[in-house]
Every structure is written in C-alpha cells, then in structure tokens.
Design a protein around this ligand. Sequence first.
Ligand SMILES: Nc1ncnc2c1ncn2[C@@H]1O[C@H](COP(=O)(O)OP(=O)(O)O)[C@@H](O)[C@H]1O
Ligand SMILES: [Mg+2]
Length: 241
Amino acid sequence: MLTIENLSAGYGKVQVLHGISLEVAKGTLVTLIGSNGAGKTTTLRALSGMIAPTSGRIMLGGTDIAGLASHDIARRGLAHSPEGRRVFATLSVADNLLLGSFSRLTGSRPKGDVASDLDRMYTLFPRLAERRTQYAGTLSGGEQQMLAMARALMLAPDVLLLDEPSMGLAPKLVAEVFATIALLRDNQVTMLLVEQFAAAALDVADIGYVLENGRVTASGPAAALKTDPAVQAAYLGAAHG
Ligand SMILES: Nc1ncnc2c1ncn2[C@@H]1O[C@H](COP(=O)(O)OP(=O)(O)O)[C@@H](O)[C@H]1O
Ligand SMILES: [Mg+2]
C-alpha cells in the first residue's frame, strides 16, 4: 500500500533522514519507534508533503508521491494526524471533522457518503458526538487527540499517519487512545504509527521499525522487536514505560 525506498529529507542544509526504507502493507499497523529527535516526525512530514524529500521514492498504491504538494497527496488518500494535534480551535468539532473530508471531495477517489462517515466517527468517538457543537479549543487534550484522529479518518484514507497520539496525555487517556488505535487496526485501517511510547506501540502494531539518527536500525514483527535485547535496552527500559 505504502512503500518507502531510500527516503532522504531534512530542513535546509540539515539532513535528518538518511535513506530510510519502510513498508506498510494494506490492512496492517506499522509502528516507527525511536528516541526524541530520531526523525520520526520528519518522516511523516516527508510522506505527507509538508516537506519535500531530497531523494527516494514514496509509492502509494502504484504512484510515486514523493515531492507532490500536500493537498495532492491528501487527495490521493494519505491522511496525516500531526504531532501536537493541531485542531482548528475556533471551529466546532463538527466543522473540524467536515474539513477532514474536504480533500476527498475534490479528488478523483470514490467520494462515499460524508454524512454516514461523520456518524461513524461519532460512534467510534462518543465524546466527540457529545461535544459536536463545541469549539475544538475547549476540548481536553485527550479529546483533541480523538478529534485529530477522527478528522484524519474523515478523508477515508488508504493510509493513516499518526504522529505521537499519546503525547502529553494522562495515562488513562493514553490507554484510551491506544484502545482506539487497536479498534481501527481490527477494522483493517492501514496505519503508520509514530511513537516514543515504544512498549505500547509494539503491543498494538503488527510490524515495527526502529529509527536512530535518521536511519532504520532494526525492523520486524512487533512481537519479535519487543523481545529483542538491543531494542529492550534502548527503548523498553523502566525509563521508557
Ligand atoms: N522545522 C525544523 N527545522 C530544522 N530542524 C528541525 C525541524 N524540525 C525538526 N528538526 C530537527 O530534525 C531532527 C529530527 O526531528 P524530528 O523529526 O522532530 O524527531 P522526532 O519526531 O523523532 O522526535 C532533530 O534534530 C530536530 O531538531
Ligand atoms: Mg516527533
């Protein structure tokens, strides 16, 4: 579904990603783990067109999307729930969700039924249903994270990119967010999940990749990575939860 080959990217003269390759098969949940500053967010930004890769290929379906504009990439079915959530604070919950469907209405993919997808989001995220007329800025951190995920899903994406959905949330809400991700996985939503919270990410994922200083240093079935001594020492110690 999404195949990344030798992707390099950075900011100006600073190269952050040094030729990473990664595969997200249809209907699987892949997690990219790594320390703060490893380049996880940069990877997702390059995939969704927020920054232009300097080299490499990003195959979505059969098309190389590397270097396309972000609105074009969204139209082709790649949704990005960004780090820090970035909901539109002065718009209602409902309007945030409808904005998530905008790109699919202008693209050539099947448009589907936005109203019934909106209902589906309210079923999946009951708290958003209760708060549908509220300004997004008045939601709690956990609720804003749910909204960011639901907004991305309103694209009816072929692949969903999730950047640190647990960031800044209380433990109870982290558990809720991961339960929702597990539910999406069970519904065969194809996802690339970036997390610093490696143990939880490997528990929920099918496949894992470890990113260190802009390079993939380990990959494999998530369960195998979880028992890999090197991965345990670096990412699964007590300090990493
Ligand atoms: N907008 C930016 N401009 C310049 N450097 C950046 C920018 N964003 C991130 N970086 C640098 O890129 C590196 C990787 O950052 P990032 O992808 O955010 O890591 P992660 O998400 O794994 O914590 C870091 O050294 C960071 O300082
Ligand atoms: Mg990050």
